[in-house]
Design a protein around this ligand. Structure first.
Ligand SMILES: [Zn+2]
Length: 311
């Protein structure tokens, strides 16, 4: 057993305007970082294109139709102030979803213990009918629904440590008692949601707002107090990670001061709980992270832990 890595060159075709933080170079830096000998043991697989039915696990047909119709034939088109499409964006997002679903299939089949999905655009801000925050489809939520609807799982935990609130995942899983969703995020910060009082239709949502300029010590104390005990009680059959690395101290979009070591700690703790409750099954999918060097180093550290634990 090892760690599966799902990616695809189509995810480089999704272009954003010059100067946009969610840029092609993010995936190029990650790919480069994962190309050194330390990662030779990764089980590298092409992220497949998802089906329309996969998207419809969380979104209405009208949203899928709107995304397809919005894709420009040249240049870029703004869906809102942050979210853009180019020729190939739909396909890239379909690879991101498809890669995440294939990662779930691989891990649940026992082919690898865990998996990382290195695709873009990210997904955790996309709501039912609203693309936003660089995201078109709710990748992590769709993967959770896929595990529940098609693999029959009753308990899926999703841990979102991106520095922004996972408002899309929250919206898509609000009334889903089989999913326990945790989002830690800087507050105040865009999109402004994610207060602790937002607890979902079944007390299945945990929001953990963290103040600007706080560091990994507060993050660790918060996860120790609120996240790990809730996961212990829930006994998940699979843990999905919305792995955003924009809480890193070097990130230009936010003001948390986490280090690469903090991402290692988080990954180790998640793997500990997965070992205890679900044979180590973890599927991690890339969300944010906008300082290219810090992103590449953090992803490499995250994947290294997955490989150690998946060996
Ligand atoms: Zn983010």
């Amino acid at each position: 057993m090892t760690t599966a890595l799902f990616s695809h060159p189509d995810c480089l075709q999704h272009q954003t305007p010059s100067g946009h933080p969610e840029q092609v170079a993010r995936l190029e830096y990650i790919t480069e970082a994962l190309s050194v000998a330390a990662f030779d043991a990764l089980d590298r697989q092409d992220a497949p294109v998802c089906t329309d039915d996969d998207i419809l696990l969380c979104h209405p047909q009208s949203h899928l139709d709107a995304i397809i119709a919005a894709e420009p034939t040249a240049g870029t088109r703004a869906l809102d102030g942050d979210t853009h499409m180019s020729p190939g964006s739909t396909r890239a997002a379909q690879r991101a979803v498809g890669g995440c679903l294939a990662a779930v299939d691989t891990v649940l089949a026992g082919k690898t213990m865990n998996a990382f999905v290195a695709c873009r655009p990210p997904g955790h801000h996309a709501e039912q009918s609203t693309p936003m925050g660089f995201c078109l489809f709710g990748t992590a939520a769709i993967a959770a629904r896929h595990a529940m609807e098609r693999h029959g799982l009753d308990r899926v935990a999703i841990v979102d440590f991106d520095v922004h609130h996972g408002n899309g995942t929250q919206a898509l899983l609000w009334n889903e008692p089989r999913a326990l969703f945790f989002s830690s995020h800087q507050n105040p910060l865009w999109p402004g949601t994610g207060m602790a009082e937002e607890t979902g239709g079944h007390n299945n949502i945990y929001n953990l707002p963290l103040p600007p300029h706080s560091d990994g010590r507060l993050m660790r104390a918060t996860y120790d107090a609120e996240v790990w005990p809730a996961i212990e009680r829930f006994k998940p059959q699979l843990i999905i990670v919305s792995a955003g690395f924009d809480a890193h101290m070097a990130d230009p979009l936010a003001q948390l001061n986490w280090s690469t070591e903090d991402f290692i700690w988080l990954t180790q703790k998640i793997c500990d709980l997965a070992d205890e409750h679900c044979d180590g099954r973890v599927v991690s999918t890339l969300e944010g992270g906008y300082d290219l060097t810090a992103l590449a180093a953090s992803v490499a550290a995250h994947v290294s832990v997955l490989m150690e634990r998946g060996a």
